[in-house]
Ligand binder design. Structure first.
Ligand code: TRP
Length: 355
């Protein structure tokens, strides 16, 4: 988070400009964003994308959120108990403030026409391009196995996720930038090759101020690693996870991401909640030490999440409501995907009876 590469910094700068345009003309933007239901959403999702989606919805941007259930298959270690995970994620979304009467929440598996777009899109990327994607490489390495075809083509599926509804804005963290680049390439090539007037927009990534939160073990916060604090965790569970987070033996709290990553990560998390600046916060805590830092973080996070967690519990007592939210979102997504696929068929010259 603190040591950005020049290209990451450039992406952040572009996002800041884009942010201004979104504010002045919210109705020109359609956001598509998604999560893989490999486990419960955690605070990294909340700060990284979820809070951002809610904010965009509330300034009048159209927001469509995908629960990418097919993409769970890219990592076969996970994805057990999908029904509970998916309903839990719908509850997380609604509890965080996504309003199902304004925003769309749907699952991959409910929208055949979206998945069908993967076929023509696959023809627009080369094998070498697929092998070069750094995020796919990192995810493959994490599984310890050679990549499946689904893993290798992950960015193409993600392009279908984004382009099926012709979204032009995708709020993401740094790790997703290569996928958005592939999406842009596919949109551009499709338009150049098959249409006179562009059918697909080239969607822009929108980075948040805290795009990449570390997990409490210093690795990227991930559902698979179980190193993030679940949004639905209890206050005691939250306290326990923070207590176990690795620090070091230096008594004084200082902000030094390179030499003291554990402490720096806790400071960054706390700053994300409070809006403070890391160095100042470290100075304030100073000699009171890591234990105090952890107490402050626990208190701040639990306080922030308390209303969300209460609402989440209520929602989970009414699975019928959560299913109605999904059914309505799925129906809307199917309409959008059918429209796009029909135009794709036309562009490809498949104009004989095929629907
Ligand atoms: N790849 C994203 C992740 O791992 C999830 C995702 C799937 C997504 N499809 C998407 C994100 C489309 C943004 C847009 O978190």
């Amino acid at each position: 988070m603190s040591d950005r590469t020049p290209s990451q910094q450039a992406a952040l700068d572009r996002s800041a400009l884009l942010e201004q345009r979104v504010h002045s003309e919210p109705h020109r933007f359609r956001v598509l964003s998604g999560d893989r239901p490999t486990g419960p959403l955690h605070v990294g999702h909340y700060f990284g994308t979820l809070a951002n989606r809610v904010r965009l919805q509330n300034i009048g941007v159209e927001v469509i959120v995908l629960i990418a259930d097919y993409q769970v298959l890219t990592d076969q270690r996970t994805g057990r108990d999908l029904p509970a995970t998916v309903r839990g994620i719908v509850a997380d979304y609604v509890a965080a403030g996504l309003d199902p009467t304004r925003s769309t929440i749907f699952t991959h598996s409910a929208v055949p026409a979206l998945n069908e777009l993967v076929l023509p899109f696959l023809s627009l990327v080369s094998d070498a391009e697929l092998h070069r994607n750094p995020t796919v490489k990192a995810e493959t390495d994490a599984t310890g196995r050679p990549p499946t075809g689904l893993m290798l083509t992950y960015p193409v599926h993600q392009a279908a996720d984004i382009l099926f509804c012709r979204a032009n804005l995708v709020p993401v963290g740094f790790d997703q930038l290569p996928h958005i680049e592939t999406t842009r390439v596919i949109a551009r090539r499709f338009n150049e090759r098959y249409t006179e007037r562009p059918l697909f927009p080239e969607p822009a990534p929108l980075l948040t101020r805290t795009p990449m939160l570390m997990g409490l073990d210093g690795h990227k916060m991930s559902k698979t690693r179980g190193n993030g604090i679940a949004l639905g965790a209890t206050e005691d569970e939250t306290a326990a996870m923070i207590r176990r987070a690795p620090t070091d033996s230096d008594r004084q709290v200082t902000y030094d991401p390179a030499r003291r990553p554990g402490i720096a990560n806790l400071i960054e998390l706390l700053c994300t909640v409070t809006g403070d600046e890391p160095r100042q916060l470290a100075d304030q805590i100073g000699h009171r030490g890591a234990g105090h830092l952890k107490q402050e973080l626990t208190g701040a996070l639990n306080k922030l999440l308390r209303p969300l967690r209460r609402r989440r519990m209520e929602l989970l007592t009414d699975p019928g409501y959560l299913d109605r939210v999904l059914n309505a979102g799925n129906a809307h997504a199917r309409r959008l995907a059918d429209e796009t696929l029909a135009e794709v068929h036309d562009a490809l010259g498949m104009t004989y009876p095929n629907r």
